[in-house]
Structure formats: C-alpha cells, structure tokens
Design a protein around this ligand. Structure first.
Ligand code: SAH
Length: 374
C-alpha cells in the first residue's frame, strides 16, 4: 500500500522538497478540510491533489460515546474497507488522550485480549496511524462535551516539573497518545516509528506524552535501543506475570527465558536513558486466580527490583468473552499494597469506556460492515 508521500511523489516527481513539508503542515491543520483549502500550494497543484490523493486515509464508520461522556470510540474505515478502532478519552483534569491502533487485528493472541481473536490482517501505514490523530483532533474541535467541559478549553499540558507548558490555546488539544489500540506496535516497527516521528515534528505533543505499548518483542526492543532514528517516547511492556509458566499460558508468544531476557534488556534500556523522562512501565492485567495473589505480587516485586526504576501499571481485566474474571477490588488493593511495601511505584489504571467496548483489550472489528459480537 502506497503512503501519502509516495502517492504525492508519483503525482509530482519534480517538486522541490519544501513542498512536501508544506503538505505535512497542511494536513495537520484541523481548520482545513481538503487540498483546495491549502493556500500555500499553487492552485493547479491543489486541484491535482484533490483529484488524486485522498485528504484522509481513515473515515468514520461508527462513533460511540460512553454513558459517562468521557470516552468516545470510533470505528474507522480504511481505503481497502478494513476496519480499525480508535479511542478518545478525557481525564479528570480535562486532558485528552487518544489510544491508536497500529495493525488491523493482531498476531499475538494474548489469551485475555479481544483483538487477538481476529488474528493478524495487516499492518497500518504511517498515514493510517497519523490520521487517527488527525481524525480525533478534528472531532474534538467539532464537538462539545458536557463532562468536565469547563476544563476543556484549558491551558497546555504540564512540563515534567509540573509547571504549565505554554499559554491557553483556546483550542481543545490532544495531549497524550498511547499505542494501546489494536495490534502490536513493534510488529509494525517502521510505520509506527515514522508515525511517531511525524507527530513529534508536526504537532505540539512531546515525547514524554507518547507511549508505545508492546507485548515484548525482544528483537525489536533490541533494535530500538540501537536505532538512532527511533523517537525515544515512553515505552510500556506488557509483562502480565513475572512467573514464566503463568506468562507463557496467558501470553503465548512469550520467548524461552523471556523474563531473563527482558530483565537484561530493561537494564540496558535504563542505562541508556537514565532519567525519568524515558521511564519504563510494565503493564500487568490482573486476572482473578491467575496472577493476582501475594505469591505473584512478590515475584513481580523481586523481578522489578532486580531491574531498577520501572513503574508498574496494573490493569483491571476488561471483559472480552475469554475465560477470565476481573480481580476483586480487595485482591487488587492487596496486590498493589504488596508492591508498595517493596518500594515499587505501582498504580491501578482507571477503566474507561467499557460500556462501549472501548477499554483495553476490548477493541475488535470484523471486516464486514458490522461490529463483531463479543
Ligand atoms: N500489543 C500491545 C498493545 C496492547 S493494548 C501490547 O501487548 O502491549 C494495551 C494493554 O492492554 C496491554 O498491556 C494489553 O495486554 C492489555 N489488555 C489486553 N486485553 C486486555 C483486557 N481484556 N483487559 C485489560 N487489559 C488488556
């Protein structure tokens, strides 16, 4: 599948390179609705682009809003009619995060995740990832939200030290992007890398506000440590258990000696990026009776403490039709207390949008015109 850039170059083989930059700037301008409005380009070029190059690579198929109003899920149609899901969420401080997909389906088949039941269909292009941002940016400007609406016209995000980053913009802005939608981002390394680089270059989102979440593909994790072009945004590794047998049972793609290798990689990562801006997170979905007792908490604590400054983000299990149950509130609290007792920074992720199947692990589409039943 050709990218926007390749399509553009085929249409305009002899244009100076600054033209591509103008095009990139224009596509990120939420006020422009198509090529004709791009006043920085000659009118003949605009007309040619309008005829030949789609302005957006994703189109709204269905948009669902959670009852609470703080989460919106879009089923987006791609140029080949395949469907992906993408999610917009607002936190209590009125900041907007988008959760983007990197693949149609996923090959990883983690036992608790709905996306895995689709299998792998195809990688998204860089444009299809970037255009999820563009889609939500336009959506945000065009819709009003009752929930925390007094906070939405807010000042820019905070810096690491908590000071405000810039002045009030008067525009609702997306402040964070998480690659936690459909797919395994590092299995689509090149497009994810290009998409992140593009977003960093053409939006006001900084590297500490983007998180790539991975099941832990070790060759790609090694690659990004050596890759000078890799944009060093935050990384989250889906650990889910520090017990090898348990992890293999719920994450079937676990490598032999995964834990030993991940521990080694994490130490190398932290050595290379020894500051809190690039901190590493381990994600851990709490499954009742599977990985949520004290024994598992202690194993996790030992594993994390053997590495160093790693945060743990516990995720309450969201129903996907798999044979798992969410840990009880008291089990989750005991688990987090056991980690805190060992001086580990651990938080429990707030569940958002589960009433519209927009929560972690619930994203799934069939490739006909109806959403798949869960
Ligand atoms: N492929 C990436 C992104 C997955 S989605 C990865 O594996 O990290 C982001 C997080 O949600 C991952 O940690 C994933 O394991 C988790 N997740 C998947 N299904 C879930 C479910 N049913 N309930 C809660 N979290 C889930």
């Amino acid at each position: 599948m050709q990218t926007r850039r390749q399509q553009y170059q085929a249409l305009f083989p002899n244009e100076p390179s600054f033209r591509w930059d103008q095009i990139q700037k224009a596509v990120f301008d939420h006020r422009l609705g198509g090529w004709i409005a791009v006043s920085t380009l000659p009118s003949a070029s605009r007309a040619k682009l309008e005829q030949n190059l789609p302005w957006m690579s994703v189109a709204a198929h269905t948009v669902l809003k959670s009852a609470h109003g703080d989460t919106v899920k879009a089923i987006l149609e791609l140029s080949d009619k395949k469907l992906i899901e993408s999610v917009l969420m607002q936190n209590r401080r009125g900041q907007w995060t988008i959760c983007v997909s990197s693949q149609v389906g996923c090959a990883m088949r983690c036992a608790f995740c709905a996306t895995g039941t689709m299998g792998f269909i195809r990688n998204l292009t860089c444009d299809e990832i970037v255009d999820q941002y563009r889609f939500w940016n336009i959506y945000l400007q065009q819709h009003s939200f009752e929930w925390a609406s007094h906070e939405t016209m807010e000042v820019d995000d905070e810096n690491e030290d908590g000071s405000p980053q810039g002045l009030p913009t008067g525009r609702k802005r997306i402040s964070n992007i998480v690659f936690m939608g459909m797919g395994e981002p590092l299995a689509n390394y090149d497009s994810v890398k290009e998409a992140v680089r593009t977003i960093l270059e053409f939006t006001d989102i900084g590297p500490t506000h983007i998180t790539v979440s991975t099941v832990g593909l070790l060759p790609q994790l090694d690659r990004l440590l050596e890759d000078r072009q890799w944009p060093h945004v935050r990384l989250a590794v889906s650990l889910h258990s520090a017990d090898a047998t348990t992890r293999k049972a719920i994450v079937p793609t676990s490598y032999d000696d995964f834990l030993v290798k991940l521990s080694d990689w994490s130490r190398r990562y932290l050595k290379k990026f020894d500051n809190r801006r690039h901190h590493l997170t381990f994600e851990y979905v709490l499954l009742s009776g599977v990985n949520d007792d004290e024994k598992h908490a202690n194993k996790l604590a030992k594993f994390v403490n053997g590495i160093g400054q790693v945060k743990v983000n516990l995720i309450p299990y969201n129903t996907t039709g798999a044979q798992f149950n969410r840990s009880t509130q008291s089990a989750a609290e005991r688990f987090v207390a056991a980690l805190h007792a060992k001086h580990i920074i651990a938080t429990i992720r707030k569940t958002m949008g589960d009433d519209i199947a927009a929560a972690c692990g619930q994203l799934v589409t069939n490739q006909g015109d109806k959403e798949m039943k869960r």
